[in-house]
Design a protein around this ligand. Sequence first.
Ligand code: CP
Length: 339
Amino acid sequence: VRHFLSLNDLEDHEIADLLERARAVEASPRSDVLRHRVFGLVFFNPSLRTLASSQAAMAQLGGSSFVVTPGQGTWGWEFRPGAVMDGAAAEHVKEAVPVLGQYADVLGVRAFAGGTSLEEDLSEPVLQAFVRESPRPVVNLESAMDHPCQALADWKTLDDEGVPRRGGRLVLSWAYHPKPLPLAVAAATASMAARRGMDVTLLRPEGYEFPSALQARVHGEAAKGGGSFRETDQRTEALSGAHALYVKSFQSPALYGRTEEERALRERHSDWRVSEAWFAPAAPQALFLHCLPLRRNVKVADEVLDGPRSRVIRQAANRLHVQKAVLLRLLGVGRAAAI
Ligand code: CP
């Protein structure tokens, strides 16, 4: 069974095929090519864009979808092998996923990081359980350490905007957030941009260095794509000549799961809020990017979000085109038939 779990798993020609399909369905958005096909969506966490774009993608291609939110109107799920299920969870993943596979042609799953054990989150326990148990292709709709649909949409946005691949400079900046957020989007963005051939700088305070496993992953993608990756806490130097500033908050990897210590460190950096002044050393038309949702005037000032640099709506629009491209590829629909 072919899955869509990470851009890191794909060959260059497969990424190019997905981007080409996304452009084709953007030009010709509605057809019947997925008639009678069903996308089963399992969301352990909230969503606006991923859920809505997945359902809209199926509807616009003639198919349909269903949504399961474990523990909220459907049974709670157990994942531990050998568990004595005498608690809240009434359903085990070993039955739940094969059952859903009887109803759907492809399954999507959103399961954020637990946020207490970095080692466990790096092992992607929920996503891997789906892969193990599913008789159908699985789409990663944001896991503990990856968000490939967002990353592919962002790749397309950079292409749409004419941001250079080789020689393009993307700064991925940490920003303050009142909650300890997962690393998934930051890891996916850095990997995507490095694979696209860009020079990627992670701008973050001390204590927010990528864990070594993620550093290795981004360096690996840079080696494949001709890009580069480095980290710094020097904002002016990092942003010098940058073509795009992508902002994402995440909890300190150094203090992962150490709630009070992590919060104290994060609060010390509550002034890491993007304003127009940040762009002074950047390229004149430098873009502002964010996957959304985004807390206005906490992470980013209105002047940036409402100004000419922001491409956040374009990024969200591309989620729809990319979602269609992924579904068409996984369901084996030829490119000509899709348009
Ligand atoms: N960017 C993104 O995945 O948005 P949602 O969390 O709303 O799906």
